[in-house]
Write a protein that binds this ligand. Structure first.
Ligand code: PLP
Length: 366
């Protein structure tokens, strides 16, 4: 049996309905902004329980633009989680600010208890990452941010539909950034991203900022970027957005089944602590396991496409050299890099494939 990590070939086994919509767009010639983008933004905002959604060129831009628009730049420090996809840290660096890492907790999200000691007079913002589809402790983070007068911009790229006490990831801070990269829970056929915010003023400015600062064809309010979501990608987003909740539910079901099965494999297999207020949407289903590299090889040999997210912690990457970190600085993130394994847990897995994955892990540790 082969249990694939990517499901795109299954999802688009019949691409015709999407291609039909693209044909309709071509007839109109409205390739930049226009009605498809407006519709997608409206539906995205509704889905996330936010007042506004602004489509941009990528998830990375969905972090860079709100930070830059908030005035974050050279001389500032922005705090983010040590274990994240590289783009969270890269986005901070692209504003000209200095990324300051803080260790994550055992749920792979920023540990609020460790933020305080990373603060300096230059700290301007916190960028919590809702890694793997889990949600960082936003009430604690927002309280701390308020006390120290810091902005909060959320990296919700992996967490569409995730909630903390019923409140959606991305709606706690000034803005939340989402990615529509082909492997995210809601995605398009290439690169795109979305920023959500409840601030009318911020939304208005961001709409200008992603489009050269143009108020209309002839007038410019301020200098800006060109980072609009493609109308073509918005068409695809409109086709897929209605499935998001159902897909998340399927992932949650699979994760529950995995959790129940893998509980019996402790202590060789450790399930991350599931925080009670969190609705985790399992963009990634990650375990901490003994003999990780051996298990990875075994799973792949048996056809289960497991992955490591990620084997080298960011602070030990070549790119992070100028930040001056050393091995030992972020013990949880470092341990994660050695113990983590990600199993396929997407909505297109069959019952048999989920069972086979469970059985294969059991066999390995038997
Ligand atoms: C995917 C991702 C991004 C970047 O999104 P792109 O659309 O690939 O630019 C940023 N942060 C996290 C945590 C991500 O998973």
């Amino acid at each position: 049996m082969r249990v694939p990590f990517s499901y795109l070939d299954r999802q688009f086994a019949n691409p015709e309905p999407v291609l039909d919509e693209i044909r309709e767009l071509v007839k109109t010639g409205q390739f930049t902004l226009g009605p498809a983008v407006a519709e997608f933004e409206k539906r995205f905002a509704e889905l996330c329980g936010a007042k506004h959604a602004i489509g941009v060129g990528s998830g990375t831009d969905a972090l860079i633009l709100p930070m830059k628009l908030s005035g974050i730049g050279p001389g500032d420090e922005v705090i983010t989680a040590a274990n994240t996809f590289i783009a969270s840290v890269g986005a901070i660096a692209m504003t000209g600010a200095t990324p300051v890492l803080v260790d994550n907790d055992e749920g792979y999200v920023l540990d609020p208890e460790k933020i305080e000691s990373a603060l300096t007079p230059r700290t301007k913002a916190i960028l919590p990452v809702h890694y793997s589809g889990n949600v960082a402790n936003m009430p604690a983070i927002c309280k701390l941010a308020e006390r120290h007068n810091l902005l909060v911009i959320e990296d919700a790229c992996q967490a569409i539909g995730a909630t903390w006490n019923g409140q959606q990831a991305g709606t706690f801070g000034l803005a939340g950034g989402f990615s529509l990269h082909p492997l995210k829970n809601l995605h398009v056929w290439g690169d795109a991203g979305v920023v959500i915010t409840n601030s009318d003023e911020f939304a208005e400015n961001l709409k200008l900022y992603r489009n050269h600062g143009l108020v209309n064809r002839d007038e410019v309010a301020f200098f800006g970027h060109n980072s609009r979501i493609d109308a073509l990608q918005a068409v695809i987003g409109n086709q897929l957005i209605g499935e998001t909740e159902q897909n998340n539910q399927k992932r949650i079901q699979i994760a529950e089944k995995y959790d129940n099965a893998f509980k019996l494999l402790q202590p060789q297999v450790k399930i991350p602590k599931r925080e009670e207020p969190v609705r985790h949407v399992f963009h990634l289903y990650i375990l901490r396991v003994e003999r990780r590299n051996e298990l990875l090889e075994y799973l792949i040999d048996k056809g289960v496409e497991a992955k490591i997210h990620y084997p080298i912690p960011i602070h030990l990457q070549e790119a992070a050299k100028p930040l001056g970190y050393q091995r030992g600085d972020f013990p949880v993130a470092e341990e994660d890099a050695d113990l983590m394994i990600t199993l396929p847990a997407h909505q297109y897995l069959t019952e048999e494939e989920v069972d086979y994955t469970i059985e294969t892990l059991k066999q390995f540790y038997a």
